[in-house]
Design a protein around this ligand. Sequence first.
Ligand SMILES: Cc1c[n+]2nc(N)[nH]c2nc1OC(C)C
Length: 323
Amino acid sequence: SHDIQQQLDELREQLAYHGYRYYVEDNPEIPDAEYDRMMQQLLAIEKANPELVTVDSPSQRVGGEPLDGFTQITHEIPMLSLDNAFNDDDLHAFEKRMLDRLLSESALTYCCEPKLDGLAVSLMYENGVLIQAATRGDGTTGENITENVRTIRSIPLKLTGEGWPARLEVRGEVFMPKKGFEALNEKAAKKGEKTFANPRNAAAGSLRQLDSKVTATRPLSFYAYSVGVVEGMELAGGQYDRLLQLKGWGLPMCPEIRQLSSMDDVIAYHQEIGEKREALPYEIDGVVIKTDDVAIQLRLGFVARAPRWAIAYKFPAQEEMTL
Ligand SMILES: Cc1c[n+]2nc(N)[nH]c2nc1OC(C)C
């Protein structure tokens, strides 16, 4: 029969593929019982051959020994938050501010996404393997929640497809779908346990577990929305096209994301998402509108919460920013 390593490779590939079909595409090809049988087979072979366990094996989703605490992670690129718009005029002012700064552009294309009401996380993939996950924290320093994130079935432990960068940091939202939230609270109420006030709190509480076996029982999901560190290749030049690249590598992308070519279309999109909000399977608290062109994003940069009365007069940068 196959030697052990070949059996493991085959099982791992099958489980990763069928896991993707079930958890990301919500369109399984095989019955759950067959998936469970393959997982039990994998766990048995790895138990008998512990030296053959790999960090990206589908068996690593069930959670290991509880941690004593979370270590701190410093983000190589800060994870910033967003300014808010409250009406259509704010959006036209947003566009005018950008065009005034850019001078050379007369129109902008936008990538528009529902703003999920979950937790922002950073996933670091090296050579296509998930090696670290962190919370946003204060934007500069977050908590290492790798073991808990491994249990989120829609997050690939290994990227699929080909042509991904040597180092790729994927940023996105971990959330709890409404149906999973209601089932979790119903079960907790029946057992007289604490219930969560809303899906965001439930997701936050699930990611803060020191015992990832508890996290593994929680119905968490994930949608990618941007990239941080990229090393080893250039990604597509637009936000929307980058998200399609991430999707092609096995990372989930929210199906409501649109590329739009005018602020009037953006306003119509905001209206449309507002109307379908109650029917969406997850909670959102708005939509996020981004200039699609990444080169323009870099030219526009960030308005940090900097004092208006102080300024730094910098010498020229000594090394190229790696973005
Ligand atoms: C903080 C944040 C949150 N969200 N949510 C989405 N959908 N996109 C998105 N982008 C963000 O920041 C980008 C500007 C990178």
